[in-house]
Each structure stands twice: as C-alpha cells, then as structure tokens.
Ligand binder design. Sequence first.
Ligand SMILES: Nc1ncnc2c1ncn2[C@@H]1O[C@H](COP(=O)(O)OP(=O)(O)OP(=O)(O)O)[C@@H](O)[C@H]1O
Length: 814
Amino acid sequence: MEPPPKPTASTSLFQVYLRLRPPPSPLVQLTQQSLYPLLPPPERYLVVEAPDEVAQGNKPTHITIRPPSDSRKRAVEKFTFSKVFEEESGQLEIFKETGVIPLVEGVIGEGRDGLLATLGVTGSGKSHTILGSKSQRGLTQLSLDLLYRSLDMRILHPSNNLSLIASLSATDASEAQISSASAFLENVYGDHNQERMGSRATTPMTVGSIPSSTPKAPPSTGLYSQWSILSLGSPKPEPCVNVRALTTPDVEHVNCTSIAHSSHVVPGATPRWTRNHAKVGFKNSLQDSTSTFSMQKRHLQRPSALPQCPNISNLSVAVDKNAEYAIQVSMYEVYNDRIFDLLSHPQNPKDLRRRPLLFKPTEASPDRKIVAGLRKIVCGTYEEALMVLETGLMERRVAGTGSNSVSSRSHGFFCVEVKKRPGGGMSNAWNGAQLTIVDLAGSERARNAKTAGATLAEAGKINESLMYLGQCLQMQSDCQDGTKTIVPFRQCKLTELLFSNSFPSTAHHPTLHSTNHHRNAQKAIMIVTADPLGDFNATSQILRYSALAREVTVPRIPSVTSTIMSGTASVAQKPHATASGSTSPSTVYRDEAVVEMAFSEVARLNEQVEILNVKLHDEQGRRREAEEEWQKAEDRAEEVEREIREECWQEMERRLEVEKRRWMTALGEEADRNDKHLDRKLDILAQGIRGGSPFKVRSHILIMSLTTVHEDGVDPKEQVSELQIENQALRSQLDALQRELHSQSPTRSAKKAQLQAPVLGVVSDNSTALYDTLKLLSLQDKKEAKTPGKKMRKFTARKWDLMDENEMDAYENT
Ligand SMILES: Nc1ncnc2c1ncn2[C@@H]1O[C@H](COP(=O)(O)OP(=O)(O)OP(=O)(O)O)[C@@H](O)[C@H]1O
C-alpha cells in the first residue's frame, strides 16, 4: 500500500462562498424593540463591494467589514470569497451558483467524493441554507432531488431487487448495518415503536423544554427536532406561527403551491410545535438553562406534505447509461468530539445510552479512516431519502441559547453514498462516491449565548473544534501562493472527518474486486453564513479565518480616541515622523492598523480564554469524578483487606483446632502407654510381693517410694527416713523373736513355726495393704494423666523406666 500523500495546504481544501442573512422582518424588529427598548438598533457593519466587471459572472467577491462606531478602535478589513451572496439571494440561486451541481456531477460521474458544509456564527442561517425551511427546500433536499432525478430509472429499489441489500453489505467497507428504507421507516414509525421513541432521553435543555406556561406541542406532531424541514403533522393542518417566513423576504416563496401551512400569525391560535415555535418558549427556558427537560413523548408521524420549492425539474446531470445505481443514506453527529449515529435506534428500549462510533481504517479500507458501524439505509426514492433525513434530524442535539432559539449543539453529517455497478446486475463490483453535507454547529460567545452548565460545556467543545477548523482554513488562505504547509487536521474529530478525504490516495480494496483503487481528492464547498447585523466580533473572527484572502486596506476616520492613540503612537515612534516634524497620514494609518491588529489579537485571545475557561471547567469536573473514583477504590481496597484478614484469621483458628486435636490424641496415647507401663510394673510388684521375702517386698516398696514424687509435696527423704525407722523397728522385732526362738527348747520349734506364720502373715498383710496403696496411687496417676492442665506425676530415674523389656522380664523372674 502506498502511503497517503502528506496533507498540504497547497491542495485546495474548500471553495468558500459567503451568504449574508436577511434582517428580521419589521414585525420581528418591532417586537424586539418593545422587548428591549434600551438596546440601540443594530448597525450594519458588512459592506459588499461592487463586483468586478468580468469576474465570476458579476457576482461580488469582496466584502468590507466596518467596525461599529463604539469607543473601541478597530481596523477596516477586506475579505475575499469565491462569491458573495447578498441578503436577497434565495435557495435556488445558492444551489445553482455555489458549485453544488458540479459536486453532485462529480459524485455520480467521476466517483469523486463531495463535501458541502456551512460555517458561521450561531443564528446566521447555516441550517436554513443546508436544510431550508417549511416552505423552502435547502441544499440537501435540492441535491437529493437532482441526484434522484438524474439517475431516475437506473436506481435499484430494494423491494424490486431482493439481493440488493446482501450485495451492498458484502462490499461495504465500513462494517455498516445496511437495511432498506421501508424496513427502517416501518421500524421507526410503526405503532409498536411509539412508546420506545418516547422514552429516549433528551439533550439537556433541548428545544422541547417548553415550560408549562407556554402552549404544548400537539401530540400528533413529531417536530421535536431543531431542523424540522418538513411539515410533519396531523392530517388537518392547524394555523401556525411561522416566524421564519415572516422574517424573510423570500422571493421563491411566491410560487410554492404544495405547502401545508399558513405563514400568517393567527392571534390566539394554538401554535404548532415547530422549530420556530421554540422561540415562544425560549425566554422561559433560558431562566433555567441547565434544567433537564421533562420528557415529552414523541409520537412520530410520517411527513404528510413536503416543500417542493424551489423547483429544479429542469436540472439534471449526466449519468452512465450502462450502469445501475443504489443510494445509501447515513447520518451522524459529532457531539463533544464523539461520533453518534443518528439513525440507529436502541434495540433495547431501556438502553438509552448512545454508543459513540469509531473513525478508523477498517480491513476493507486500510488507507483511510471511515466511520465504522453506521446504519445505512438504502433509499429507492427521493421521498424515502427525505423521510430518513427527517428521522435522523429528530435525534440531533439542539438547545435554546441566547443567540438562537434552536441552536445546533453538534456538527451534523448527512451522507449520501451513490453506489454504481456495471449493468446486468450479475456482479457485486460496486464502487462509487459519497456526497457529505455538513451543518456545523455555530460558534458563540458564552456571554451572548447566556449558556450555562452542559450547554456551556457543549459550547466550549463547539468553539474548540471550530478553532481547529479555523486553523486548517487559515493554512489554506495563508498558502494561496502555493507554498506547502502541513494542514493540522488531526487535532479533533471534526477536522479529521472534514479533511481526511481531501487528499488523493491509492489503495488495494479486496472487497471492491479491483486491484488498485485510486481515490481522487474530494471536492469541497464551504458556505460561510453571516448576519450583517449580528455579533461583530464573532462574525469578523469567522470571516478572518474562512476567507480566501484578507487585507487591511481601508482606514477608518480616526475617532477622538484614535486621535489620542495615534498621537501617542506618533510620539513614541519618532522615526516615522517626516522631516518637518509632522506625522504623515500614511504613518498614522499604519499605526492604526497595528493597533487594530493588536485589538483583534486581544479579541482572539479573549476567545481562547473563554475556551480555556470551559476546558478548565471540564477538567475540574473530570478531576472531581476521578477523585470520587479514587475514594471508592480506596474504600473497596479497605474492604478487601478486611475480608482477607478475616479469612486468614479463620484459617489460623481452624489450623490451631486441628493441631490441638492432634496434640490431645498424642497425649491420650502417651497416657495409655504410661498406664500400661505402670500396670506392668504393678504386676511385677504384685508378683514380687506374692512370691518374694518380706525384705524383697520392702525393698520394692522402698524403691518405688524413693522414685515417686507426690504432688502433695511430701519430701521423699522424710519418707525414706520414716521407712528406715520402721524398718529398724521391724528388724529389732525380728531379732528379738529370733533370739527368743534360739533360747527356747526344741518343743518350742513348733512354736517357732507357729510364731513364724503370724510374722509372715503380718508381713503378708502389710504387703497386701501396701499393694492396695500402690494400686490407689497408680489410679490417681492415671486420673492425673487424663486431666489436661494438671501436672503429670513424674517417674524420674525409676529403675523400670530405664529398663528395656528384656531387662524387665529378667527382673520379674528374679
Ligand atoms: N437566508 C435566510 N432567509 C430567511 N431566513 C433566514 C435566513 N437565514 C437564516 N434565517 C432565519 O434565521 C434563524 C436562524 O437561522 P439558523 O437556525 O439557520 O441559524 P444557524 O446558523 O443554523 O444557527 P445555529 O448554529 O445556532 O444552529 C432561523 O429562524 C432562520 O429561519
């Protein structure tokens, strides 16, 4: 793929035309004067220069801007445009003379994209030019009419050609959802959808926010939109207030026959809910400019009467007679630098959020960005296309501001794709081009527009994007000599959408079944609208960056202030003085021009300060949101930490419990082992007592006594000494008895035997008592061993403890 050429300003971005808005009708002026009696009548500050004899078919091309006679000193500037259309120019004249027809021709014949856009201060007539009024068609309708008229029978209709939608979808590079107009309109206007449509959230402070004091819209009309170009209404048209028609000395209006409304104010009649009607409620709505409109239901009805004027039935452009065509319509808006589809309705009625679309290269369009995922409607007839247009307009964001009662709050894009394929219909080799019509939101000054809250933030975004657009246009006017400069069009969505197609490209398009698809640079027309009685600063700013050329030529007659200032300047700039010491007029003019430039720079900087203020406000809002998010995240982190601590604690408790149980089991086993060991020892002792001499028993008892430490704290030494005393006593008893035996006669030997028996019996009785005592002690030991927490009896250094089993057996046998 070849890299796209660098976007340089030497490639002409736009042909720029200027259209002046007519003044309000005398009636409206009277009303304004009665409402604001202290306001001085507006001064006209734009002067159209007489046209050159030969150039441009005698249309003027220059205007001069004369600052109003206030205390501020400003330069007189002259601007050049491709053509200047004065107030009395009608829609047809604009259509014919701005090059829209060649634009349509380029789309159909050359496959070259076309772009038509309007730019201007809010309320200067952009929407009027592009979309017309209830009685007059705008450039959009006229272009569509020309397109359908020219292609006529070669246009394929989805209802006659069942495979058309599938075939177009297969070759669409923008991942679009393509449907037929009949299906789309049925979906939108069908009865089952009325509830859904009514539930859609509105833009803050939309035109619909008419307070209860003002007449309500009749439910049957769908004119909730800011651009309502059609008479959507009840079958019986009611009298309506048509402020626009009254304000406009529109010459083409006279011939219109198919208009379904009256252009007269009927006192006391219920006004219809139209774009102009919004003006009625405007003042009240301003009082609470940030309040959200309580939702009114939108009961959509199909348009019943369409304006037919101006008539262009005599116009057509050349078409390829061997090809067949399909026309796809799509619409989107750029709101707060994000792209929203105006034709896609949420599938889920509760889902009121709109999803922004991406402007990106796709697989089938790698070389240039396109709006991906749009809904595209295949329209077989002009009427269908108009219905789709009107439906999309109802979704567009509008609001009442101090400058315009129905001000566009977004940049609206209406795209008509003309798809073409060789006749016969056997192939899917669709190619073609697109006509894009853009109604830009108007620049406005917050002070004049009296906006606040969301509407002020919107204004900030609008002004910011227009500032970037101005920078791009400035490049064009600065580089008329052919110098190449990079156009900084990637700074915001609006300029990207407008200019990314302005440069030729070559790319491979697999879906188009062609190898190298060369795309011509688009042809673009910009119609700048201006109100010669409107805001001087905002208008001169727009003219400054949109004009093809600009010069500061005609000086103003110096006012008192300017005389003082020029005096100061001439004193400060002695080198400019003539030899005689007086200041030459040319020097004064030059100085004035410099001061003028400074003033305009100050105005520009003020504007930027306004933008920055709005940005700051935005940033502060975002910061607050971020801080709230942060706080929430911290709370969440704390909660998670608490939960983890809790879990760890429970886990530790569980493990401790397991360990304790294991330990208790081991302890029990140990106690059992000790019991068995003790039992065996007692058995040994018992055996010793039953089969051994009294001395042996005694020594057993003695050993056991010696090795036993009692809990009651009796000292074993004391016991030993007690036992020794007892032993001593027994020994002496025994000696005495023996002595007695030896000293007796043989007959006494029987006695001796008799005497021995009781001695033995005594000993034996003592042994039994001792055995019982030991048994009792062992039982106590057992009990102590099984009672946790009590100190264990220790059998330290006992002989049996040190013996192994064999030694114990040997001991038992002795
Ligand atoms: N050439 C014209 N002839 C008759 N009426 C006009 C003309 N231009 C503008 N108007 C009237 O001026 C009013 C404001 O015009 P419009 O809404 O088109 O302005 P805008 O530039 O689109 O404003 P915004 O940028 O706020 O949307 C409308 O009532 C419209 O009818």
